[in-house]
Unconditional design. Structure first.
Length: 327
């Protein structure tokens, strides 16, 4: 039984990992509040009160592997917010992990480390980081991942898992936000939803991270996705249908949407508005650029095989809704 330390355990990805691994491993998990501690205990793990940026080696004592899920995952925020959580938080955790004697560090990264508002078509892990990115989330996660990979050495195996568009049961962000937009009649397609994309069901991501506990080469990143690709129109229509919702047909050209997003972001910064703008450049880019990833390396080096097809995952969400409706 391996001793694991998980950050972000109260979130979508971290929570799914804790629930999946708690029966086979001894898990300690970062907690920042009494409510988080209660949730972590209910999943079968031991809460440890600490925060990114100030984790002490004693917090990680005895843990063989660190699974780092916590991040500032937002479309909007200040540079300091992104850098403090994603860059400095990851770097400080790496230092604490080494001091504590941990032997493995599995970082939950993202394909967004490569975003600079250009299409990503049939790429693998040799695709280079952009020289710069217009998106603070992408830039900060890229620096965080580079710190992880650079920390790899002969006694400390550090690697990064890069999922794309994580979805499935427990999603606290994508599906709830989309459903809310449809219900409030604020949803609109960009370029008719024609952009192609890879996706990653949460069960497939859990499978990849489970494999990464014992497989994979340190200093490397790995794309993990569902089998095949889809279009935003096809996938989001099917995803919303699992909630009994149908998106409207209205569409907006990408250049118009990006212009609106730039104007809103500039206005929000000038006026010092704290809430998120209704539309951001990152959201427009995510919805309008092809992003198709190859998972050959994960198959070869992690032994990763997607547990679910996209169709099986959608059927599972539909069945879950049916059970809730009848209870």
């Amino acid at each position: 039984m391996t001793k694991l330390f998980v950050t972000g355990a109260s979130g979508f990805v971290g929570g799914a990992l804790v629930r999946a691994l708690a029966s086979q491993h001894e898990i300690r998990a970062m907690s920042r509040s009494p409510a988080s501690s209660q949730l972590i205990q209910s999943m079968g793990a031991t809460p440890v009160r600490c925060e990114l940026g100030t984790v002490k080696p004693d917090d990680l004592a005895g843990c063989d592997t660190i699974i780092h899920c916590a991040a500032f995952v937002k479309q909007w925020g200040t540079r300091e917010q992104f850098w403090n959580a994603n860059v400095r938080g990851t770097q400080q955790l790496l230092a604490a992990a080494k001091q504590a004697g941990a032997r493995r560090f599995v970082h939950i990264g993202t394909e967004a480390v490569l975003f600079n508002d250009e299409p990503l078509r049939n790429i693998d892990e040799t695709y280079p980081y952009p020289r710069s990115s217009p998106f603070l989330y992408s830039a900060s996660k890229a620096l965080a991942e580079q710190s992880v990979l650079a920390a790899n050495d002969s006694t400390f195996t550090a690697l990064s898992i890069r999922p794309r568009f994580i979805w499935g049961p427990g999603d606290q962000t994508i599906l709830p936000s989309l459903a809310d937009m449809v219900r409030k009649k604020r949803f609109v397609w960009i370029d008719h939803g024609s952009a192609s994309t890879s996706t990653t069901h949460i069960d497939n991501l859990v499978q990849a991270v489970t494999r990464a506990l014992t497989h994979g080469a340190g200093g490397n990143a790995y794309f993990v996705t569902d089998p095949g690709m889809t279009t935003f129109k096809e996938f989001l229509t099917a995803l919303l249908a699992t909630q009994g919702l149908t998106p409207p047909a209205g569409s907006m050209p990408r250049n118009v949407a990006m212009g609106i997003a730039k104007f809103l972001e500039a206005s929000w910064r000038i006026l010092g508005i704290q809430s998120d703008p209704p539309v951001t450049r990152l959201a427009v880019s995510l919805m309008s650029r092809d992003c198709i990833l190859k998972i050959d390396k994960a198959r070869r080096e992690l032994g990763y095989e997607p547990k679910l097809t996209r169709e099986q995952g959608l059927a599972g969400l539909q069945a879950q809704r049916s059970v809730h409706a009848s209870s």
